[in-house]
Write a new protein. Sequence first.
Lengths: 78, 383
Amino acid sequence: MAAPSVFDTLDATILAAHGAGDGAELAYAYGAAADAHAARGAIDVACFFYTQAYIFALEAGLPQAERYAAVLRQNGRL
Amino acid sequence: MNQHVTDEALARVLQPVAKANGLPNRHYTDPHWFDLEARKLFFEQWAGIGFAKDVPENGDAKPIDFLGQPLVMIRGRDGTLRVFQNICRHRGMILIEKPGRIRGAIRCPYHSWCYDLDGALKATPHVGGPGHNTHEAVDRDTLGLIEVASHVWRDIVFVNLSGTAAPFEQVNAKALERWKEFDQPLHHAGPGSGFALEVASNWKLAVENYCESYHLPWVHPGLNSYSRLEDHYNIEEPGAFSGQGTTVYRQLQGDAGETFEDAAGLGSKWETAAEYIALYPNVLLGVHRDHSFAILLEPAGQQRTVEHVEIYYHAESALQSDMADLRAKNTALWKVVFEEDIFVVEGMQRGRSALHFDGGRFSPAMDGPTHMFHRWVATQLAS
């Protein structure tokens, strides 16, 4: 059996955070997933995750909301 | 009033007090009239929906269901209290289900459209497709939360849902003028200074009972022992409010003779006076030299009302820990008084099932304030 990938780990983290209603953790986990997808050049997928990260950061009043927003703007998504 | 009213029952209410009948049973038992009154007596007026103390800090939000209308009070980052329809502009989903602090944005739990505390639509995730957060057909500038006209007076949050009423200060100018000496900070001591009473009665019966002093010796013999019926006077302001006053208010004292500090700068009248008015439609207010109270009548159904009672002090010193016993005594005293009224309003409600009751007659000497309220109701419904 293959070792779990970074995406498997993030999937688990995201699901757990949804279950716990932990907005800050959701923002962090979606943001990490977005960065990982961006690093491999998958911009469309990354922007989906940046959107998720942005929304949960915005709701929680976290400063990283602006970073996610900036990336989305750079890619014409906001 | 020379208004031509075609509805005979309402026309009888509008007669001078000596000839008038009260509102007929349908206004207490017929759902058709309940719905009409919701629109004419509440949505088109300035109605009380809550207390500003319930959203004390910036970011605090409290949802309120008012006659089926989903509302939410939110204190913005600028400290301003605003009232919005508690729905997302996307699919009408309820936004906020329980009171709490909003740290960043209001996120709709359905598709996560996000709003700022002032109602501005901040984000529309994936609205243009996955990862695309704008769409030319969705203009965020025009899709903010729907704000409802609101005004805070004496800590009560009033709303005019229809948006058609004149400004609050104009509609209630005479009440504001009458009690302008009390236009100073109010201090609430927390949960021990408030309580709610649920009564099996139409909300109007609570107003009717509150307006008049006629019932005091019979229903509140404890009050009458020191504040006699003849010490009371009627307060009548047509189209706005009515109630009663007393010239012999005596301050509550603790075991060591301590009293609550007075409001600052009151005239000599208030050394012994107290006044109680019903601000139409649903807010009952009382003022005394050292404390005030507000009763917000929540019309939870045609035959069910929740009376939200909150007591306020005029001096911050009343909130000190060494005044806790006196505050508790004050709360207990008012609770007894208002509980004594329950059998009356519930009894009148059950009486409204009597087929042959014609709305009743008024004592021209004693029931003027109650008739004035009925006149206001009839006038609004006939308009």
